[in-house]
Design a protein around this ligand. Structure first.
Ligand code: PRX
Length: 653
């Protein structure tokens, strides 16, 4: 991490508007007032282990009860030790003997407009069959299975089938490149990959299987590839390796008992960007994660039995894992799923879906909201959004103006907005308003959930006690949904999260607490940028760039962007010669190939040299200012060569 805590964290937001929860919401809420929230928070604080143990006993199915709530050998936590449970059982089987048996579990809409609904019973059947398919291919407890699919119900089926037999899934977002897939397969030593012949995005066919073929040429551990037929393209199939999903499913039995799994059996790996080039495989385990996403889902979204809940995230991200699949299904909620782009065939697609399926709860990203604002209110006005009762945001801070638009235009001024702060590593939501209790302030994720104990540290690692003073956001005590490590790399886990603020989990975010005890997230403290709610490491992008034959050196920084939050700006020094008109496009294509389209730079600046400290470190903060077109206010006393800076400024584009 490059910058000291507290340094130059200016509090630029002066947001004073407060929105109390609507009275009728509070009246029917399980936690209907700040007093009720505080009482629950205090109960958790008085004895966190007893607090979680009680929920765990009541809300998960146990094949074998646990004997110890928490085994905490910092920074390694084990929750609900000695117990055996199964996340697929908790999401499916538990609902089969009650009123949810024939309730819709997933209502799915494909981008071309095709629709499918799977009840809990039907989903259970598909999951059991696919679990048998996996077994038939030799997949056993502890084996890693990669999943690279469009957002179709089969993606959730594949995840739950892995969970059912104790295989560890590693979902790779469908926008990643072949290189990125191969890296993840190799790091996790994945044995099998599940993909589709393609997916739809803005009317175009994404050739997922072809991308997987390229990846598999460099993934020696992957023995089999199961291909779901989504678009009817006819990708080449490698005999002996590639198998059609539908052919295997025809043969599969629908009987498959869920395997009783140790509480700490790994449930999944999800790769995310850190402050070094190599993506980290964040490891989550079974019982603690399952309980945490179920409880936080229920606290934050207060689903009613008749609700249709729509989280617009793809299952390739943690939000899709926790709040499309494991949280809502554990709680017996009906989940809306949509495969495609929000602007296909037109910019009103989301609102058409809300109207048609009478969506009650909508959970989306600020970047999407900013796009909707840009596209214009007339797209919203065409549709009846009166079914909505609760709105949520996740992935990055929401600027107050976007918050107000969401509140007025989408929520009709009647829906509370839950701005949920959390991370891939935290497994589930850590801070958020509770819709019936917490008065909201646009741009603040408000207060920690019960059982979450945040603290802010100053540059000397002392707790910040002055309101509104920014510092490192840390979490003081373990919680059930926390990551258990980085796949295969305990040292990196310790170094990354537990070494700078000893004894506490370092989130990597800066934050401040206002006079009312409300938290405001102030961005990252490391070299991670957040593009359209997706985490990218600047170093990953730089490594991709320098693998281009013409590039000598590269620096990537985030630049403020009206829609995406941050856009990727790169500064590049070529090995020799001047850039030609094609060089920029060639570099963009190269990053697309190495990482994926989401990392492709928006701006490329060529420079004869990059500004460096005398010790050779690239001065990113300086570059950030230049990218944003700001006058540099940074201390440049360590800059090696002043003329570099002048040239960069005069030489943009
Ligand atoms: O910087 C914070 C930002 O996104 C980071 C986590 O990214 P990721 O692991 O990809 O997970 C995203 C979905 C949970 C955080 O460290 N972030 C996420 N939610 C918020 C946020 N920043 C401000 N407000 C939020 N509500």
């Amino acid at each position: 991490m490059s910058e000291p805590a507290g340094a130059s964290i200016a509090n630029v937001m002066q947001e004073t508007r407060v929105f109390p929860p609507p009275a009728e919401f509070s009246a029917s809420s399980p936690i209907g007032s700040m007093e009720a929230y505080q009482a629950l928070y205090d109960r958790a604080k008085a004895d966190p282990e007893a607090f979680w143990a009680e929920y765990a006993r009541n809300e998960l199915h146990w094949f074998t009860p646990f004997t110890q709530t928490l085994d905490w050998k910092p920074p390694f936590a084990k929750w609900f030790v000695g117990g055996k449970t199964n996340a697929s059982y908790n999401c499916l089987d538990r609902h089969l003997n009650g009123p949810n048996r024939h309730k819709a579990a997933i209502i799915w809409e494909g981008e071309p407009g095709d629709e499918r609904t799977l009840t809990y019973l039907q989903l259970h059947r598909e999951v059991c069959k696919f679990a048998n398919v996996l077994k038939g291919q030799g997949i056993k407890e502890g084996d890693v299975v990669s999943i690279y699919m469009p957002l179709v119900p089969e993606l959730a089926i594949a995840m739950l089938a892995c969970a059912r037999i104790g295989a560890v899934h590693s979902v790779i977002f469908g926008g990643f490149s072949a290189e990125a897939i191969a890296d993840r397969n190799n790091d996790a030593k994945s044995k099998l990959i599940i993909t589709a012949d393609g997916g739809w995005r803005r009317g175009k066919l994404l050739p997922l299987k072809e991308t997987v073929d390229t990846a598999l040429a460099k993934s020696p551990t992957v023995e089999k590839c199961i291909v779901f037929q989504r678009v009817g393209s006819k990708p080449p199939m490698t005999p002996g390796r590639d198998l059609w999903w539908h052919e295997l499913m025809e043969q599969a039995s629908a009987e498959c008992e869920a395997t009783p799994l140790d509480s700490e059996a790994p449930l999944f790996i999800l790769y995310t960007s850190g402050s070094t080039g190599k993506p980290k495989g964040i490891r989550h385990t079974t019982a603690g994660y399952n309980l945490y996403v179920k409880k936080t889902f229920e606290w934050v979204f207060e689903p009613r039995p008749e609700d249709v809940y729509w989280c617009t995230a793809d299952c390739g991200w943690i939000t899709g894992h926790s709040y499309v699949v494991y949280g809502p299904l554990s709680s017996g909620t009906t989940v809306m799923m949509y495969e495609g782009a929000p602007n296909w065939p037109a910019e009103d697609r989301f609102w058409a879906i809300v109207e048609k399926h009478r969506v009650n709860i909508l959970y989306t990203a600020p970047t999407a909201i900013r796009s909707f604002i840009k596209w214009g209110d007339h797209h919203v006005d065409k549709h009846d959004l009166s079914s909505l009762r609760l709105l949520g945001t996740v992935g990055e801070g929401i600027n107050p103006e976007a918050w107000i638009w969401y509140h007025r235009k989408i929520g009709g001024e009647r829906c509370p907005i839950v701005d949920t702060w959390w991370q891939t590593e935290t497994g589930g939501i850590m801070m958020s308003p509770l819709p019936g209790a917490t008065p909201t302030k646009p741009g603040s994720c408000t207060k920690p959930l019960p059982g979450v104990f945040p603290i802010i540290l100053d540059a000397q690692r002392n707790p910040v006690t002055t309101p509104n003073q920014g510092g490192w956001l840390c979490i003081e005590k373990p919680w059930p949904g926390m990551l258990r490590g980085i796949w295969g790399d305990d040292d990196r886990y310790i170094e990354q999260y537990w070494s700078r603020a000893p004894g506490m989990y370092l989130t990597g975010d800066n934050a401040r607490v206002d006079d009312d005890g409300y938290y405001w997230i102030m961005g990252r403290i490391d070299d991670v940028i957040n593009v359209a709610g997706h985490r990218l490491s600047t170093i990953e992008i730089e490594s991709a760039l320098v693998s281009h034959p013409q590039v000598a050196e590269a620096a990537a920084v985030g630049k403020p962007d009206e829609v995406k939050g941050q856009a990727v700006t790169v500064f590049v020094t070529l090995k020799e010669g001047e850039p030609t008109p094609d060089t920029k496009e060639s570099l963009k294509q190269h990053v697309r190939k190495e990482i994926g389209a989401l990392a492709a730079p928006d701006d490329i600046h060529f420079a004869a040299a990059l500004p460096k400290t005398r010790s050779g470190k690239i001065m990113r903060r300086l570059l950030r200012d230049i990218a944003a077109g700001k006058e540099t206010v940074q201390d440049t006393s360590t800059l090696e060569d002043y003329s570099v800076l002048a040239k960069l400024r005069g030489d943009e584009e």
